[in-house]
Design a protein around this ligand. Structure first.
Ligand code: ADP
Ligand code: ZN
Length: 737
C-alpha cells in the first residue's frame, strides 16, 4: 500500500463522481481549474479517466479523499449549470446500485439518455406554429389571390388543430420559409414552444361502482400507499388509471406509467393521448436518440404531466411527483435480464415510498409476491370483479387429448368450435407459444433428433425458410434431408405456429388468417399492420404466440383455443406454474371482451392436473392462493429471498472452479438464516458454445441477504478463477435459468 497523504479541506471541494465503469465505487476529483459553474451534486462533469476522458455525474461533494494528494486529478469541466439529476433521483440510483450489487456509475448511466451520457446539452421543447385569432378568422380565398404560398401554409396550420412543428412545414423550401415569416409579421401565426401537442380530451365511459371505489381509494391516499388493482382482463383497469392520472394532472402533478415492452403499442398511447389531452413523454426502446432526449427533458422540466414508458422509465426524472402506475405488474419484461438486473416494479414501489406518493400495481394475474403483500396487509387490494357493461367472463373447457386425439395439433371439439364461431361471425384466436414449423426434426430410422451444435437444445424446423434454427443461440443451417447418423429420412414432430397456420388455412380456406409471432413481425410496422387486420375484423382467424396474450383489446374475438396446455405444466423453475397460469388467463381474457360471450378451449393430456383444474374451476386468485401455500411449504419466494450467482465459460471446469471458490468464500460469511445451494449446472448447461453453472443464495430475511451479498461479492470478486469466467449476480432473480 502506498503512502496515504489524505487530502482534507475545510470546504467540500472533492467531487465524488459516478463514472460509467464496471467498478463498485465512486471516483474522486478536484474541481476544474479556472472559472465555471459552482459544483453541485447531480451535475455532469468531464473527467480524465485512465488515459481517456469520460462524462460522469457528481454524486456528492466531500471534504476529504482517501486518494493520495499527488494522485488526485482535476475534473476538466462541469457541464451543467444546474443539477441534471435531482436529489431524490440520485437517492434512487444510489439505492439501486447497493441493492442490486451493481457498479454505481453504470446505474447512473442507465438512467440517462445516450446523448446526455455523451455530454450533449438538454433539449429545448419543440417550436410549433399556431394560427392567431386573426389568422383563424381571415378569409383564405382572399389571401390565396394575394399570397398563394402563405395561404397554403396557413390552411395547413389551421387544419392541424394542434399547430404544426417546424419539421412538419416544408421549411427547407425558401418560399415556405419566407411565407411563414410574412405570416408572422402580419400576426396571422405565432410560434410557441410546447412539449407535445395538447388536444381536447375525449370523454370516457361512466365508471362503474368498483372502478369508482378504486379511483376514490387511490386518490384519497395521503402520501405513500401501494394499491394492488386486481381486475380480470377487460374489467376496466385502464379506465381507473386514466381517471387518477387526470386528477393528478389537474393538480399540476406528474404521473409515471410503466407498461411491459409489448404493451406500449400505438393503440395504448393513442388511447392515453385522446383521453387525457395533455402532453405526454414516451420512453421506450423504439425511440431515436434525439426523441429519447426530448422525452426525458420534458419529464425533467415538468412540462409533461404524463410519462409513459417501459421498464427503464422507472428512472425518469419526476420533479412534480403525483402518481406511479405499473400496468401488468406480473409481467416478466419488467425485470431486466442482463447488466443491471433490476425489477422496475419493485423499484417503482421503492420510489413511491421515497417520494411519498401513491403507487398502483395493476394486473388480471398479479404476481404471487404482490398477492402475498396484499394478504399480509402491506398492499391494499382493490378488486374489479366484473367486466363493465354486457361483457361476460368466458366459459372455459378442458379438452382431454387422450380421449380426443388431435390431427395437426387440433382436436375434433376445437375444430368444431372454430367452425361454429366463424359461421356466427365471431373471430377465433388460437394460441401456441412455439414458433417455427415443428420443434423437433426426427429420423424415421434411428429416432435421433437434430440438435444444436452449440447448445443443449433441439433445432426447430422452419419449413418456409427450409432451415433448422436454434431458438436459444440463433444458429441456423439449411434443413438436412437425411439423418447424419444413419442416412434415413427425417420427419417433423410436433407443432409450431407455422405448421398450425398451414393446417388452419387448409381447413378453413374461406376465412382470412393472420399469424403473429416473432417470425412474421420482424419487419418494422408489421405487428401494427397485423393487429390492425384483427381489430378491423378483416382477419377472422388469429394465430400466435405469447405476443398475443398481452394487453391487446380484440373486441370481436369470441373463441380462444389453447393448443398445448402441457408446455407450462412441468417446468423446472419454481415460477413455471405461476407463469403458465398467467399466460392462460391472459390469453383467455382475449375472448368475449365486448357484447358477445366468449368460449375458451384448452387442450391437454393432463385434464386432472390439480393446478389446471383449480385454475379452470376457481380462477386465478384461488389458484394463486394454493400456489402461495406450496411456496411457503418449500421456502421459495415470497417466503424466502434469493440471489443467484451465474457463471459461464468456454470450459466446464472453469465455471465450477470459480463457483466452488465463491462458495468457499461465502461459507465463512454466512449470517444465520442465509444458505448457499449449489453450485449446480444451469438447467440448459451449454448454450451458444459456453458452459453455464450457478450458485443460489437463499435467505429467510431480505436484510440478512443484503448484508451477506455486499461482503460476499467483495470476497469472491478478486479470486483468480473469477477472471476466467463471465459471472453475474442476480438479486431477486425472476428465473433460475
Ligand atoms: P383493462 O385495462 O382492465 O383490460 P380497459 O380499461 O381497457 O380494461 O377496459 C376494457 C374495455 O371496457 C374498454 O373498451 C373500455 O373502454 C371499456 N370500459 C371500461 N370501463 C367501462 C365502463 N365503466 N363502462 C363501459 N365501458 C367500459
Ligand atoms: Zn443453439
Amino acid at each position: 500500500m502506498e503512502n496515504t497523504a489524505v487530502v482534507a479541506t475545510d470546504l467540500e471541494t472533492i467531487l465524488r463522481v459516478a463514472v460509467d465503469a464496471p467498478l463498485m465505487r465512486l471516483f474522486d476529483y478536484l474541481p476544474p481549474r479556472g472559472s465555471g459553474p459552482e459544483p453541485a451534486p447531480g451535475q455532469r462533469v468531464h473527467v480524465p479517466f485512465g488515459r481517456g476522458q469520460r462524462v460522469g455525474v457528481i454524486a456528492s461533494l466531500a471534504s476529504e479523499s482517501a486518494v493520495p494528494a499527488e494522485k488526485l486529478r482535476h475534473a476538466q469541466a462541469i457541464i451543467d449549470s444546474e443539477p441534471l439529476l435531482d436529489e431524490s433521483l440520485r437517492e434512487l440510483l444510489d439505492w439501486t446500485a447497493g441493492y442490486y450489487q451493481h457498479p454505481v456509475g453504470e446505474v447512473y448511466a442507465t438512467a440517462l439518455p445516450k446523448l446526455l451520457r455523451l455530454g450533449r446539452d438538454t433539449a429545448e421543447p419543440e417550436q410549433r406554429w399556431f394560427a392567431t385569432s386573426a389568422g383563424s378568422d381571415i378569409d383564405l380565398d382572399a389571401l390565396t389571390r394575394r399570397a398563394p404560398v402563405q395561404a397554403r401554409i396557413l390552411a395547413a396550420i389551421r387544419q392541424a388543430g394542434n399547430g404544426l412543428a417546424a419539421g412538419d412545414l416544408e421549411l427547407a423550401r425558401d418560399s415556405w420559409r419566407r411565407g411563414i415569416v410574412a405570416l408572422e409579421e402580419k400576426c396571422l401565426v405565432e410560434s410557441r414552444a410546447v412539449a407535445v401537442p395538447e388536444n381536447e380530451p375525449l370523454p370516457g365511459p361512466e365508471l362503474n361502482a368498483a372502478q369508482s371505489e378504486a379511483v376514490h381509494a387511490i386518490r384519497a391516499t395521503d402520501g405513500f400507499a401501494v394499491s394492488l388493482l386486481e381486475g380480470v382482463t377487460g374489467s376496466g383497469k385502464t379506465e381507473v388509471y386514466l381517471a387518477c392520472i387526470r386528477e393528478f394532472a389537474e393538480r399540476g402533478l406528474q404521473s409515471l406509467v410503466l407498461v411491459p415492452e409489448i404493451g406500449l403499442t400505438p393503440q395504448l398511447v393513442q388511447r392515453f393521448r385522446q383521453r387525457l389531452g395533455v402532453p405526454m413523454a414516451l420512453l421506450h426502446s423504439g425511440l431515436s436518440d434525439s426523441e429519447r432526449l426530448n422525452a426525458w427533458c420534458r419529464a425533467a422540466d415538468g412540462s409533461a404531466p404524463v410519462i409513459i414508458g417501459t421498464r427503464s422509465a422507472v428512472f425518469a426524472p419526476l420533479p412534480k411527483p403525483g402518481l406511479i402506475v405499473v400496468d401488468e405488474e406480473h409481467d416478466a419484461s419488467l425485470k431486466q435480464q442482463d447488466g443491471l438486473r433490476y425489477s422496475a416494479r419493485d423499484l417503482a414501489v421503492w420510489r413511491a415510498r421515497q417520494l411519498n406518493i401513491p403507487v398502483v400495481l395493476g394486473s388480471a394475474t398479479p404476481a404471487l409476491e404482490s398477492l402475498e403483500n396484499a394478504r399480509s396487509g402491506r398492499y391494499r387490494l382493490l378488486e374489479l370483479p366484473e367486466r363493465p357493461g354486457r361483457a361476460q367472463a368466458p366459459e372455459v373447457r378442458l379438452i382431454d387429448l387422450r380421449q380426443r386425439p388431435a390431427t395437426d395439433g387440433l382436436s375434433g371439439p376445437l375444430l368444431d368450435a372454430i367452425e361454429r364461431h366463424l359461421r356466427a361471425d365471431g373471430q377465433v384466436l388460437i394460441y401456441l407459444n412455439r414458433r417455427g414449423f415443428a420443434p423437433v426434426l426426427m429420423c424415421t430410422g434411428c429416432g435421433q433428433v437434430t440438435e444444436c451444435r452449440r447448445c443443449d437444445a433441439r433445432m426447430v424446423y422452419h419449413m418456409r425458410r427450409a432451415q433448422i434454427v436454434c431458438h436459444h443461440c440463433g444458429s441456423e443451417r439449411p434443413a438436412p434431408q437425411h439423418c447424419e447418423h444413419c442416412g434415413e429420412s427425417l420427419t417433423p414432430v410436433g407443432q409450431g405456429t407455422e405448421r398450425l397456420e398451414a393446417a388452419l388455412a387448409q381447413r378453413f380456406p374461406d376465412y382470412p388468417l393472420v399469424r403473429i409471432d416473432r417470425d412474421t413481425t420482424r419487419r418494422r410496422g408489421e405487428i401494427e399492420r397485423r393487429l390492425e387486420l384483427v381489430r378491423s375484423g378483416e382477419a377472422r382467424l388469429l394465430l400466435g404466440t405469447q405476443m398475443l396474450t398481452k394487453g391487446h383489446d380484440f373486441p370481436n374475438v369470441t373463441l380462444v383455443g389453447v393448443v398445448d396446455a402441457d408446455q407450462g405444466l412441468f417446468g423446472t423453475d419454481f415460477r413455471s406454474s405461476e407463469r403458465m397460469a398467467q399466460s392462460f388467463v391472459q390469453v383467455s381474457g382475449r375472448a368475449g371482451r365486448a357484447e358477445r360471450p366468449g368460449e375458451v378451449f384448452i387442450q391437454t393430456l393432463f385434464p386432472d392436473h390439480p393446478l389446471l383444474t383449480r385454475l379452470v374451476r376457481n380462477g386465478y386468485h384461488a389458484f394463486a392462493l394454493d400456489a402461495l401455500d406450496a411456496r411457503r411449504d418449500s421456502q421459495w419466494p415470497p417466503f424466502a429471498y434469493l440471489a443467484l450467482l451465474r457463471a459461464e465459460a468456454a470450459r466446464r471446469e472453469m465455471v465450477f472452479e470459480f463457483l466452488e471458490e465463491a462458495r468457499v468464500a461465502g461459507a465463512g460469511l454466512l449470517p444465520r438464516g442465509v444458505e448457499l445451494l449449489g453450485p449446480a449446472p444451469a438447467p440448459m448447461e451449454r448454450r451458444a458454445g459456453r458452459y453455464r453453472g450457478q450458485l443460489l443464495v437463499r435467505s429467510a430475511q431480505r436484510a440478512g441477504l443484503q448484508r451477506f451479498l455486499t461482503g460476499w461479492r467483495a470476497a469472491f470478486e478478486p479470486v483468480r478463477s473469477a477472471r476466467r469466467v463471465r459471472w453475474s449476480l442476480d438479486v431477486d432473480p425472476s428465473e433460475l435459468v
